[in-house]
Design a protein around this ligand. Structure first.
Ligand code: GTP
Ligand code: MG
Ligand code: ZN
Length: 312
């Protein structure tokens, strides 16, 4: 047998983070800095940044340094949360193989944006548990915000209203995610890193004032990072301005709005895009106050983008 390659037999590892195509790969209590062999993983043609925090990979260790390696293959994902990256014109996976997707929003500063949550819910695969977190409750909640959260609950999504600042309901959040791998995702400034610093002290994740970030369009957290904690772990991610939807046919979009389902059966046309069609059960439900008009507006906006964008 030849040992001339200078690398180990392939090991299995877990991607903790990736910056400029250098990935931190965790395996058996060590972390290796790895590149992708040949710059492109065969199964993942045309995908910008084909690896995300939480991905499982096969990699070989460079036997001379014993700290570096080459990623050979990405192993099958149990689930993933991805969006379309307009700048790169390609899908971008934000986190993979997660138990809980924590969609973080804030009661204010930056303003509560249910449309962002709607887009997250459309993109979240059925295999992912989504928890909606409304942070910064100490700022004060208006009635419409609370109503929206109750509306999500009726659709089958759980939510927690909390404050990293005062500690309100932080114990409940901790209870839900402990022992699990969770990914904290949301707009910049909603408090993802601050929440994680309260939930898991000791990692000193960087946090930053909202106003400066808004002015400069910068994010305090600048790359996704998986950190182990007890039997689980968490992924802190950089703020995202928008979730661009992709991979859904316009005819199927209605199936991703769970509260539409009980009404879409009665649409005269099947399939129905619930847009201009006569005798549409969904439009009737909106008119009768059974579907929130803002959810329907989210639906129409995404439908338009799917029809125009071609990112399907
Ligand atoms: N009033 C109030 N402010 C909070 C709360 N949680 C976080 N903040 C503040 O909000 C600002 C942004 O917090 P970060 O944790 O940096 O936000 P982030 O979501 O991680 O932002 P990015 O890393 O840019 O995506 C900081 O000034 C925090 O102190 C809260 O519960 N209440
Ligand atoms: Mg952050
Ligand atoms: Zn319809």
């Amino acid at each position: 047998m030849s040992l001339s390659t200078g690398t180990s037999q392939p090991n299995e590892g877990l991607i903790l983070s990736g910056i400029n195509n250098i990935y931190s790969v965790y395996s058996e209590n060590s972390v290796y800095l790895c590149e992708i062999k040949g710059k492109k993983l065969i199964v993942l043609d045309n995908v910008y940044n084909p690896l995300a925090a939480g991905d499982k990979v096969k990699f070989s260790v460079d036997l001379i340094s014993n700290t570096k390696g080459m990623i050979i293959e990405r192993l099958e994902r149990q689930n993933e949360f991805s969006r379309w990256n307009n700048k790169r014109n390609s899908p971008q996976t934000i986190a993979a193989n997660i138990d809980y997707f924590i969609c973080v929003s804030s009661a204010g500063n930056p303003p509560f944006r249910p449309r962002f949550i709607d887009r997250v819910l459309v993109m979240a695969e059925s295999g992912i548990n989504v928890l909606i977190v409304l942070n910064k409750s100490d700022i004060g909640l208006d009635d419409t915000t609370v109503t929206r959260m109750e509306d999500y609950k009726r659709m089958g999504y759980n939510y927690i209203i909390c404050s990293a600042e005062t500690g309100e309901n932080m114990d409940k959040l901790k209870e839900i995610i402990s022992g699990k791998i969770s990914a904290f995702v949301g707009q910049s400034g909603v408090g993802k890193s601050t929440l994680l610093n309260v939930l898991y002290p000791g990692h000193e994740l960087k946090t930053g004032a909202v106003s400066i970030k808004h002015d400069r369009g910068r994010h305090t957290t600048n790359y996704s990072k998986l950190i182990f904690e007890g039997d689980g772990g968490f992924i802190d991610t950089p703020g995202i301005r928008e979730i661009e939807i992709f991979g859904i046919k316009p005819d199927d979009l209605g199936f991703h709005f769970t509260e539409f389902l009980e009404f879409s059966d009665t649409c005269r046309f099947q399939p129905c895009q619930h847009n201009n069609e006569p005798d549409c059960g969904v439009i009737k439900a909106v008119e009768n106050g059974l579907i929130h008009p803002d959810r329907y507006e989210s639906y129409l906006r995404i439908l338009t983008s799917l029809e125009q964008g071609g990112a399907v």
